[in-house]
Design a protein around this ligand. Structure first.
Ligand SMILES: Nc1ncnc2c1ncn2[C@@H]1O[C@H](COP(=O)(O)OP(=O)(O)O)[C@@H](O)[C@H]1O
Ligand SMILES: [Mg+2]
Length: 425
C-alpha cells in the first residue's frame, strides 16, 4: 500500500468577522513555509488559538471538523458550492493560514497554486520570479536553467519574460504560476480554480500537465467548478458543504451527488402569471413538466428508467399568425447534448399552446437531465430560447439480476440483443 501523504484530522477554521489575520499570500511565501518542514519529515501543525466564544455571531466556521487522508499518487478533487470552505482548506494545507483546531500532517514538498494574484513578487520580472521560486524550493541555478525554457514555453509569456509581473494580465499570471508549479517537480500539488481563468487551449494543456504529474506518482489536490475537468483528472473526490466534509468517495459518485444538489426546481415548473415566466415579448413559458405517461402530472414524482415519460411544455404566444416550431434539446446536467427533436412547423395564433413529447421507457439512464427549448420562426429564426426550462432526475429501477453497479453512459437503451453459440469447435 502506498504511503499516506496528507492526513487531515478534525480540522476546523473559525474566522472572526472584522478581524484581519496575518497571511503570507504568495506562492513564494507558501513554498517557503512548506519548506520549513523538513523534506519527508512529518510535522504537526497544531491549532494555535482556541476560541472560547465559538457560537458567538461574530465568528464564522469556514471549516468544521474535517478529516480525511490522501495517499501518494492520488488525485483528489474538492467540490462544493461557493463559500463551502474549499479555498480555506487549501490555504490551511498550503500553510498560508493556520487552523483554529485540529491538525494537518504532510509528507513531501508542496507547491500551491491558489487564487489569481497569489503567485508572484509583483515588482520582479517573470524570469526573476521563476528563479526565486525555484531557489525557494531548493533547486540549484543549474537545475532551474535546465527547466527554464520549458517553463517559459508552457506559460506562453515568452515576449514578456523580462517585464515586471505587475504588468501581466491575470491570465498571464496564472499561466506562468501554473507553469512554474508544474515544472518544479513538487511531490504534492495544490490547485484552486486556476482553470477559471485562461482560455480553452491553456485549460487543456493544464489538464494534460496535471495528468502527467499524477502519472508520475505525485499527489494532486484540485478544486474546480468544471466537472468535466474533475471527472477526467480525479481518482477520488470530497464534497464540502458549509465548512463540513459531507461526502468522500469515487469521482462519479461524488460529482453526481454534487450536481443533483445543485439542481433548482423539480420536474414540474408552472408559472401562474406571464410576468414571472421565462421568455420574452413574443413567447412566454406557462409550464414545463416531466411526468410518467401512466399517471397525471404531479410534482415530486419519482421517475424510473423503465417508465415511459412525457415532456410537456405550454407557452403563450403573443404574436398573431406566426409560423413556428418548437425545438427541444435534452442535456445531461453536465451539459452534454443527448438529443435534439423538433415539432412540426405550423401557423400558431395568439394564445396558449401545448406541445408534448413522448419518451419511450428504457431509453434514459439514471441521471439528472435538463431541457432547453428553442422557439423557431419560419424554420430559421430563433424568437425565444429558454435554457433549463425544466430539469429532472431519472432513478434506477429495482434490478432483477445480481449486479448493482452504476451503468455508465448518458442513455441506457433497451435493445433487441441476441447471443448464442454459432458452431461447435
Ligand atoms: N479571511 C476571511 N475572513 C473571514 N471570512 C472568510 C475569510 N476567508 C473565507 N471566509 C469565509 O469562509 C467561508 C468559506 O470560504 P471559502 O473557503 O473561500 O469557500 P470556497 O472556496 O468553497 O468558495 C465563506 O463563508 C467565506 O466568506
Ligand atoms: Mg474558493
Amino acid at each position: 500500500m502506498s504511503e499516506t501523504y496528507i492526513k487531515v484530522d478534525h480540522l476546523s477554521k473559525l474566522y472572526r468577522l472584522g478581524v484581519a489575520e496575518a497571511m503570507h499570500d504568495s506562492l513564494g511565501a507558501a513554498i517557503g513555509a512548506a519548506l520549513k518542514a523538513p523534506f519527508k519529515n512529518f510535522r504537526k501543525l497544531q491549532g494555535l488559538s482556541d476560541f472560547k466564544d465559538k457560537d458567538d455571531e461574530s465568528v464564522l466556521w469556514a471549516l468544521r471538523d474535517v478529516s480525511f487522508e490522501v495517499r501518494e499518487g492520488e488525485v483528489l478533487g474538492v467540490v462544493g458550492k461557493n463559500g463551502a470552505g474549499k479555498s480555506t482548506l487549501l490555504k490551511l494545507l498550503s500553510r498560508i493560514s493556520l487552523p483554529s483546531s485540529g491538525s494537518i500532517e504532510i509528507s513531501g514538498r508542496v507547491v500551491s497554486l491558489l487564487e489569481v494574484g497569489t503567485g508572484f513578487h509583483k515588482e520582479l520580472s517573470g524570469r526573476e520570479n521563476i528563479y526565486m521560486n525555484g531557489t525557494i524550493l531548493g533547486m540549484t541555478r543549474k537545475e532551474i536553467d535546465r527547466k527554464f525554457d520549458e517553463i517559459v514555453a508552457f506559460s506562453g509569456v515568452e515576449r514578456f519574460i523580462d517585464t515586471p509581473v505587475k504588468r501581466y494580465s491575470s491570465g498571464m499570471q496564472v499561466r506562468l504560476a501554473f507553469s512554474v508549479a508544474a515544472h518544479l517537480e513538487p511531490e504534492i500539488m495544490i490547485i484552486d480554480e486556476v482553470l477559471a481563468v485562461g482560455d480553452a487551449d491553456f485549460q487543456k494543456r493544464c489538464l494534460g500537465k496535471m495528468k502527467d504529474v499524477s502519472q508520475q506518482g505525485r499527489t494532486v489536490l484540485f478544486v474546480s467548478h468544471n466537472m468535466q475537468a474533475v471527472q477526467s483528472l480525479c481518482t477520488r473526490c470530497i464534497m464540502m458543504e458549509n465548512g463540513r466534509l459531507v461526502m468522500d468517495g469515487g469521482t462519479d459518485e461524488v460529482i453526481n451527488y454534487y450536481l443533483s444538489k445543485q439542481m433548482t426546481g423539480g420536474s414540474m415548473r408552472v408559472y401562474e402569471t406571464p410576468t414571472d415566466a421565462p421568455g420574452n415579448q413574443q413567447i412566454r413559458l406557462q409550464r414545463a413538466i416531466v411526468y410518467k405517461n401512466s399517471s397525471t402530472p404531479s410534482d415530486g414524482q419519482l421517475l424510473y428508467v423503465n417508465d415511459e415519460l412525457v415532456f410537456e411544455f405550454a407557452f403563450w404566444n403573443y404574436s398573431p399568425g406566426v409560423h413556428a416550431n418548437l425545438s427541444l434539446v435534452l442535456n445531461t446536467v453536465k451539459g452534454e447534448v443527448i438529443f435534439n427533436v423538433v415539432t412540426d412547423d405550423k401557423p400558431i395564433g395568439e394564445g396558449l399552446h401545448v406541445a408534448r413529447f413522448q419518451i419511450p421507457a428504457n431509453l434514459l439512464n439514471d441521471n439528472v437531465y435538463s431541457i432547453d427549448l428553442y422557439f423557431i420562426k419560419n424554420l430559421k429564426e430563433t424568437i425565444c430560447l429558454i435554457e433549463n426550462a425544466v430539469s429532472f432526475e431519472v432513478h434506477d429501477a429495482p434490478r432483477e439480476k445480481a449486479w448493482y453497479g452504476k451503468w455508465i453512459g448518458a442513455i441506457r437503451p433497451k435493445l433487441h440483443i441476441t447471443f448464442e453459440q454459432e458452431s461447435r469447435l
